[in-house]
Write a protein that binds this ligand. Sequence first.
Ligand SMILES: [Zn+2]
Ligand SMILES: [Zn+2]
Length: 446
Amino acid sequence: MLTRLTAVLLTTATLSLRAQQTPQQLADAELPSLLTIYKDLHTHPELSTFEQRSSGIVAKELKDAGCDVTEHVGKYDQPGATGYGVVGVMKNGDGPVVLVRTDMDALPVHEETGAPYASNVITKNREGKDVPVMHACGHDVHMSCLIGTARALSKLKDKWHGTILFIGQPAEETITGAKAMMNDGLYTRWPKPNYALALHDDSDIETGKIAVIEGYSHAASDSIDVTVKGAGGHGAYPHRTHDPIVLSAQIINAWQTITSREKNPLDPAVVTVGSIHGGTKHNIIPDEVKMQLTVRTYKPEVRQAILTELDQIAKGCAVAAGFPSNLMPEVHPHEDEHTAPTYNNPELVRREAAAMKAVLGNDNVVDKQPMMVSEDFCEYSLPDHSIPAFMFLVGAVSPQKIADSKKPDAAPLPTLHSSKFLPVADTTIRTGVVAMTSCVLDLLKR
Ligand SMILES: [Zn+2]
Ligand SMILES: [Zn+2]
């Protein structure tokens, strides 16, 4: 009798244990702990290339989930920058290799979310200047999702076989971290993946939903420094100077015709002047003006044409303004701050969208248009896209806020990088963990 009772109890225990073995239930079980980690990461953001504490947390948690962890992966061109990349290998017999990446860095933004766990951090940037720091892009959500996914997959080893490379990537915001990890032998010291996956939170989409983009999803990005030279003098004697401020104004206006008149309207592109500095006082015409631009494109030929036109137009305006040849503007694209567009392998997107729909429901996996923001996740698929890669988006906004933002005269929703952007942490992290775990299970299923 006792034996039979023990057998019944044991069977019940085994069944309830098995009942735990779905990504949703594992995510629910881990959520309180993941929220604690998330809030801690959110309160303690770190700038690009300074991710010491965050990478330590990712490394510790991956170790605790059973990964073989290597820290300090990453070699930058920048002198003095430390590589805080983390690689965690979870091996479970023979089979394909799947890379799962989180980024770890935060932004020089003063947080204004009013969250009880908001960041008050002020730190010195690489130039030695004091700046506020905030996880305004949700990389704290991504780290929490990666940890949750590693925990879930460590408990689901009877359902998959192969190797998972969990990547904690530094310096995404400066688009230098993925390259630094590749330069440090990511694909030679560790097995080269058959697939690369990542997620990013989304500031337009309802929490609980996933959005997918087939093909190109994020634009190529270029940073360009411009120096408009002049010959300064007294503000009351403009005829005795070459005024770089008036010339800069003309150049900025003329550049607007690049996207509106020069290129094919069907090719997306953005030219934004994000910074302009010149002069010190009301009555002095300065010797130069400095500008910083970002250029976003998809096609390499469009990118090249825009870079050429920026230079031609700047010089053309200077000639038209009668500037001598030794005072021509200098247009300098930063080769080390260029990133290629991100390409989501269409076959992989369709396969994983189906896997996510099976778990989250058809209505919770939606399509989204490509974006002009950029990512260095493209590095993991290699320039020829020979490693199929897929970055999906995890909605992070409460449905109520989305509804409110559509009312007349309502303030627009805060975007990523806004001081007011605060993801709905619990449902967003839960959905991210369930979605990523389901994708990996699908790619490595027994
Ligand atoms: Zn960002
Ligand atoms: Zn980001």
